[in-house]
Design a protein around this ligand. Structure first.
Ligand code: VGL
Ligand code: ZN
Length: 220
């Protein structure tokens, strides 16, 4: 479903997902076209309707379990079993405090009220801004973002950033499951694996996430 009317933006938050140099061309886990988002996203942050803006930041310790370098017999993009589930092994990326882990220097971060860092537990990955991936006890520990948004009286979540098929996807699913009316600004996202985009879109819509093709509908 792609609504053509502009969606309501009262009680809304814009969540900027993982806009970090490591996910841009030239970074250690580059997403094709990621850099193309910077200019329009800057405009949306400055000129868009969102009073409340929040960012997520992938923020891993140097020995993080999701890094292929931590698994001597494996290469990046291999899939292993971790805590009873599949885990993709990524190139080392977004090591806390490194330049590639920073918030992208060309975006107006002064507009953002809170930054949620995630992936900080050495033994657990975290794609979603709301919940970590599953830990050894089979739980997905919360980051606190749902509570924060609840206290800020947020009912609608608008998502953009990287990567469409990983962290944006997981954040959208968890936002929807947490009861927020959830929108993905599709043209302000890019995938690690664009071949899966059509299936991803269908899957999000089936879960009740609204996909907006063109964010400019929000710029009036
Ligand atoms: C991400 C892979 C690993 C993302 C983060 O931001 O989409 N992808 N860590
Ligand atoms: Zn990561």
């Amino acid at each position: 479903m792609s609504p053509t009317a502009s969606p309501p933006v009262d009680h809304a938050v814009l969540i900027l997902v993982d806009l970090q140099p490591d996910f841009m061309p030239g970074g250690s886990l580059p997403v094709d076209g990621g850099h193309e988002l910077v200019e329009p996203m800057g405009r949306l942050m400055r000129e868009g309707p969102f009073q409340l803006q929040v960012a997520t930041q992938d923020w891993h310790p140097p020995d993080h379990v999701s890094f292929a370098s931590h698994h001597p017999d494996h290469a990046p993009m291999d899939v292993v079993r971790l805590h009873g589930r599949d885990q993709v092994l990524w190139p080392d990326h977004c090591v806390r405090g490194s330049e590639g882990a920073g918030l992208h220097p060309d975006l107006p971060w002064e507009r953002v009220e809170a930054v949620i860092r995630k992936g900080t537990d050495p033994q657990v990955d975290s794609y979603s801004g709301f919940l970590n991936n599953w830990n050894a006890d089979g739980h997905r520990p919360p980051t606190g973002l749902a509570g924060y948004l609840g206290e800020r009286k947020v009912r609608r979540v608008f998502l953009c950033g990287l990567a469409r098929d990983v962290c944006v996807r997981w954040t959208a699913e968890d936002a929807s499951d947490a009861g927020f009316e959830t929108y993905v600004l599709w043209d302000l996202t890019r995938s690690v694996d664009p071949a899966g985009d059509e299936a991803l879109r269908t899957s999000l819509v089936d879960r009740g996430v609204r996909v907006l093709d063109d964010h400019r509908i929000l710029l009036g």
